[in-house]
Each structure stands twice: as C-alpha cells, then as structure tokens.
Design a protein around this ligand. Structure first.
Ligand SMILES: [Zn+2]
Length: 460
C-alpha cells in the first residue's frame, strides 16, 4: 500500500510528522522522509485516534435516512405537513416514518394518520424504537384478521393504530427493504468515527448479510463490533463480536434470578453480556443479576439512564462498564424535567460521578435514537444543557477531553484507556483543522478534516 506522511500535525501537544504504511503508523518524528509518499500538510491541526461509537444501530440508521425523518420537526403542524407532503409524493407501497415524539408531535392514532395520508399504508415508528403507529390501511394490510398481543384496541375492540414491541412480528410480514449503509458510513466518517459497535440484539442472517456486503464493498468503511451474534466465527470475515446483548424490560417483567441464570450461561461459554437497562427498576435488576452471576471481564450496562448510586460499589468491584449517552440530556432533557420522578433526577444520565467512583465509562450515541455526531455529544457532556437551555445534573459535567477519551477506548475494551497515535498502532486516524485544545473549546464536527481507517482515506 502507498505510504502517507501527515506533516506538521499536533500529536499530544507536539508538532510532528506521522508516516503511515500498510495500514499502520510506522514513524512519528519531527522529520520524516516524504520521498514517494502521499503528503498531507496538517497545518498544525491535531491528529488523534479515530473515534469509536460503542452503541449504535446501523440498519436502523440507514432505514431512517430513507424514510421520513420526523425527529427534526418541532410541532404537530410540522409533523402533519411532512406526512401530507410525503404522501402526495409517494406512489404505491408502504410509507415509513420514524422519530415520532408525542411531546413535540402531539397525540397520534390511526385516525389522525388517515387524515394525512388517506388510504395509503403508513407506519410511523416511535422514537424509542419500541412502538409503531399505523394508518387504517396499514393496519388492515398487516393484521389481516390477526390480533397478536401488543396491538392496542379501543373500548370497542378496534385497533387504535398502536403496535407495541412487535418489531419482529412486523418484520416477518412486511418484505424487508435493503437500506443502503453507504450514507451511514460516509456520515460517520465525516465525524472522524473509524469504528462502531452495533448493539442490535439477535441480528439474524438477513441483517448480517446487509452488514457483510456493506463492509466488504467498503460502503461502510468503519471497523465493526457486533453484539447481536451468537457465533463469532460466522462473522469473522468482516466483524468482531462483543458481549451478548440482553434486553430487559420493565413492562414485560423483571426477574433478577432468571436473568442471573441467563448471564451465567453466557459467561460459561466465555461471553460477556451487555444488558440494556434504562429505568431504575431495570438497572437495579441488571446489577443485582450481574452480582448474582459473578464478574466476567467485558460485562456492560447499556444506557443506565437512571442509575442509583447505591449500585456503584457492585459496578466498580465487578468491573462492569457503563455505556452512557450524554446526548440524550440534550435531545430529551426538557421532557425528562417534566416526566422523570423527582427522586430519580439526581441519577439521570450520570457521567462525572460514575468516573469519580472508579466505574469504567464508555460512550455511545444509540443512533438513530440520538444523533450520531460525537462532537455534539461531547459538547453536551460538558454543559448538560437541554435543547431549550435547561441544565440537568450540573455536577455530572465532565471536561471535553474526558468525553473525547470515552470515544477513544478500544472497540473491544469500552471504558479502557484512550487509544493513542503511536508507532505500531493501526492507522485509524482523525485529522482536525486546529489544535486539540482549540477544537475541544467548542466541539464541532466541522473541525474534522480527514479520516483514515487502516491507513485508507475514508473522508476528506
Ligand atoms: Zn440501543
């Protein structure tokens, strides 16, 4: 492979040249021979290790790019306009929208959707990803007489349009589209992201094939870690496998003993676990079950949105990593202030207090639930400011360097020490257009100039 020399780059406070060959950093010095090499003049900009987002959902990100994205819309009126316009421009087949938020878009049922799209089949995904609302034609097409548990009905027994936790059931009935991951890969690269962990449970053969082909043709150039895979050997040609994803859900019932058995079974097979736990009851259950099962390297809690501090000692002693999402404070914070139980507010999306208690912390966007832009997330971690300017958990602020560090831990060691730009390490690199202190003073993706994965330029 071609040799690349990045000259005049700020690396950990020094101005140096960095030579890259065969996918790795081969030399870092004040002077590096550039003869025959591709030369990139960093002009004093910082060169850092590429960022790794430890919790995303790639195919959901791709699907959202192709459907109607409701997330940016701030009012019920804007919601109505967007769906009416999409309906007018569509031909046959399903209309699909995602990012519906009742607090900004108003109450929803099939009747409101019918007024917007008439007889077209439409499905609208709630921003949590756990529920869909369908137009009447959509209901008729999908249910065709069936009434599985999870279909909400009114007092007369008629479906309201709401389908709760029926994703797999829906996927079996609507021919899956094959969303393109190219746009997702390019967007992530433009943020300086060189790797992601896909946290979708039970990926299954169809979704794995989509990921495999995107990885192989490099439309998705990032390094991949997958949680929803049983057999690491089955994906070894394009991805590595992390802990097994386990979803627990207060609504369907919580049982710490049963969960501990499931965890132990995975530990016995040599796999760590990554437990999705959001509410107080879920985090208490998850941590209790982890304590019952005993520690295993690599165990993680995903989200830990409400994490009471009396769990800290167990998390710290069990070396359990918490994969946090400071981005939610910005995007959902105003809603939390009106809806979250007062007693839970001090434990909401903790960050600084986890770190200071000695708990390993890593960071994930949970995109498409929140924006995948790490620079917005880093900024929110420093301010704890919501969209409308409220502050949540001021004492949970961290400095931007700490938040960036959470993006730099090894893909298979979330919460470990930040990867560094050094000789012998893989050339997964992010070049910024200014020194690091300057960028971190006002974090913004616009500062990302170039991104390399394994020495291959993926964004410029
Ligand atoms: Zn998730």
């Amino acid at each position: 492979m071609m040799k690349t020399v990045i000259t005049n780059a700020e690396v950990e406070g020094r101005f140096v040249s960095v030579a890259v060959e065969d996918g790795a950093i081969v030399e870092i010095a004040e002077d590096v021979v550039t003869l025959g090499a591709d030369v990139v003049d960093a002009a004093g900009g910082a060169l850092i290790a590429g960022l790794h987002d430890h919790h995303v959902h790639l195919l959901a990100m791709a699907a959202r790019r192709e459907g109607i994205d409701l997330d940016p819309l701030g009012t019920p009126l804007a919601f109505d306009d967007a769906l009416r316009a999409a309906s007018a421009n569509s031909e046959a087949g399903w209309l699909r929208a995602s990012g519906y938020d009742e607090h900004r878009h108003g109450i929803l049922d099939c009747r409101r959707l019918d007024e917007l799209v008439g007889k077209k089949p439409l499905r609208v995904q709630h921003r949590s990803g756990l529920a869909w609302v369908l137009s009447t034609t959509g209901i008729d097409l999908l249910l065709s007489g069936e009434l599985p548990e999870g279909v909400e009905v009114d007092s007369d027994g008629n479906p309201t349009g709401w389908l709760l936790r029926l994703d797999d059931w829906i996927a079996d009935r609507i021919a899956p589209t094959a969303p393109s991951l190219r746009g997702v890969g390019a967007e992530l690269a433009s943020f300086g992201i060189t790797g992601v962990t896909d946290a979708t449970p039970n990926l299954g053969q169809g979704r794995l094939e989509l990921l495999r082909s995107a990885a192989n043709d490099r439309s998705l150039p990032q390094r991949l870690v997958l949680l929803g895979v049983d057999d690491p050997a089955a994906v070894a040609d394009f991805a590595r496998v992390g802990p097994v994803k386990i979803v627990i859900d207060e609504v369907t019932g919580l049982d710490p003993d049963a969960l501990a058995h499931v965890i132990s079974a995975h530990h016995f097979k040599g796999r760590a676990v990554a437990i999705h736990a959001v509410s107080r009851a879920e985090t208490v259950t998850a941590v209790t079950a982890l304590a019952l099962a005993g520690p295993h390297p690599g165990d993680r809690i995903e989200h830990g949105s409400v994490l009471p501090d009396d769990l800290d000692a167990i998390l710290a002693s069990g070396a359990v990593t918490v994969v946090i999402q400071p981005g939610l404070v910005g995007e959902r914070g105003d809603h939390y202030l009106s809806s979250v139980d007062r007693v839970d507010l001090p434990f909401l999306h903790r960050a600084a207090s986890l770190q200071s208690t000695g708990i390993a912390v890593a960071i994930g966007s949970d995109a498409p639930v929140t924006s995948a832009d790490p620079w917005v997330t880093i900024a929110t971690a420093t301010t704890r400011r919501t969209r409308s300017g409220n502050i949540i958990g001021e004492s949970e602020r961290v400095d931007a360097r700490t938040a960036l560090g959470w993006y730099l831990s090894d893909p298979l060691d979330p919460g470990g020490s930040p990867r560094r730009v050094m000789c012998g390490s893989a050339a997964d690199l992010c070049l910024l257009d200014a020194p690091l202190d300057e960028v971190l003073a006002a974090p913004d993706a616009a500062h990302v100039r170039m991104t390399w994965v394994g020495g291959r330029l993926v964004h410029s």
